[in-house]
Design a protein around this ligand. Structure first.
Ligand code: SAH
Ligand code: SF4
Length: 377
């Protein structure tokens, strides 16, 4: 079903953006700052979805706002809950394009994995998203909208109650961390992702600090220092291989920016220290990159970089050309990494039963479309 073209949503705008919208309604300039900050607080601190409840804003202005704008989030096409509590939303944007967002609850924390693009222009051979051609970049509003929607659904606003409380972490905040590890290469949508992160990290708003936001990149080397300077979040690098020959195959952008250039950019990442380490992601592919020799080369390669290592069991998808390494092999690999001083390096796959795990975020939307076709047939 097509979404009716609605009013423009104010969700995702910063203070200046909100002030500009107020100007279009004829609000006098001297009031812009104050009114924008009232709106900001209702939107990002309270999470309200209706202008009518904004009691400190004059009734007339509330009416005007409601007439011209909305506080809409992306529409939910499906919401799935895994046996392990992971939730995945397939969301529909204004132009009917679809994206996926995943919430991973853990003891005392909760991580939201958000998308930055619809599809991806890159073609990493083990990634399902990579088989979907890029449709477009997400706007800052669509990036923030994923967080707003997730907070609505899991009751993560002051005084809110979740529809389904099962598996949610205890504690005041249910989303404590945000990772840009969904669909897309975030550094190819630099400005929108940066603007969205600034709103997410704002201490007077969504308030998820830069130290709790992680951007994962396949290695867009020239953008890495710029990201450090302009956004300064935590960084994760999809390394996956220790030799250029193999990385060229797995992560083809390596042909443009090989491992040496990538690691040089990492060493120079602004703010890098033992307290602010770079995470190196390494997908475990059976018989391809999972040998003990690879593990040894990995720890040698990263020796002088303040780093964490994250071994990701490969998540298969229909037609994928790889298999996940055997558990025994992952343990052997992890042991080498552990002995070199890296703690708990294996990322446990979450939400596999709902195809919510790393690199699986395409299949479900296709499955969904297929089932929708069946339903309408
Ligand atoms: N485009 C960015 C961020 C999205 S992918 C990037 O490539 O870093 C998030 C992580 O999932 C990356 O490390 C990616 O390499 C990994 N990944 C992709 N497909 C996977 C799969 N099938 N199984 C396990 N991890 C996968
Ligand atoms: Fe794109 Fe990341 Fe998938 Fe590579 S791993 S195709 S960069 S989403």
């Amino acid at each position: 079903m097509a979404v009716a073209p609605g009013k423009e949503s104010l969700v995702g705008l910063g203070r200046n953006g909100l002030a500009e919208k107020l100007a279009t309604l004829g609000v006098p300039e001297r009031q812009h700052r104050m009114r924008a900050s009232q709106l900001w607080s209702w939107i990002y601190v309270r999470g309200v979805t209706d202008f009518a409840v904004m009691t400190d804003i004059a009734k007339e202005l509330r009416g005007q706002l409601a007439e011209h704008f909305s506080l809409a989030r992306p529409d939910i096409v499906t919401e799935q809950v895994s046996v392990d509590g992971t939730r995945k939303w397939l969301l529909r944007l204004n132009d009917n394009k679809e994206i996926e967002t995943v919430y991973i609850p853990e003891e005392g924390r909760g991580t939201l994995c958000i998308s930055s693009q619809i599809g991806c222009t890159l073609t990493c051979s083990f990634c399902h998203t990579g088989t979907q051609r890029l449709v477009r970049n997400l706007t800052a509003s669509e990036i923030i909208g994923q967080i707003m929607l997730a907070r609505d659904r899991i009751g993560d606003w002051p005084g809110a109650v979740p529809d389904d409380p099962s598996g949610l972490p205890q504690g005041e905040r249910k989303i404590t961390n945000v990772v840009l590890m969904g669909m897309g290469e975030p550094l190819y949508n630099f400005d929108n992702v940066r603007d969205a992160c600034a709103i997410v990290a704002d201490g007077e708003g969504l308030s998820i600090s830069k130290r709790r936001i992680t951007l994962s990149t396949s290695g867009i080397v020239p953008e890495i220092p710029r990201w450090g300077e302009e956004a300064g979040t935590m960084l994760a690098i999809s390394l996956h291989a220790v030799r250029d020959e193999l990385r060229d195959e797995l992560v083809p952008i390596n042909k443009k920016w090989p491992i040496k250039d990538l690691l040089d950019a990492c060493r120079a990442y602004p703010g890098l220290s033992n307290a602010k380490r770079i995470t190196f992601e390494y997908v475990m592919l059976k018989g391809i990159n999972d040998g003990v020799e690879d593990a040894k080369a990995l720890v040698r390669l990263l020796a002088k970089i303040p780093a964490k290592i994250n071994l990701i069991p490969f998540n298969p998808w229909p037609g994928s050309p790889y298999e996940c390494s055997d558990w025994e092999q992952i343990e052997k690999f992890a042991e080498v990494v552990n002995r070199a001083g890296y703690a708990s390096p294996v990322r446990s796959p979450r939400g596999r039963d709902i195809m919510a795990a790393c690199g699986q975020l395409k299949s479900a939307s296709i499955k969904q479309r297929a089932s929708a076709r069946l339903a309408s047939a």
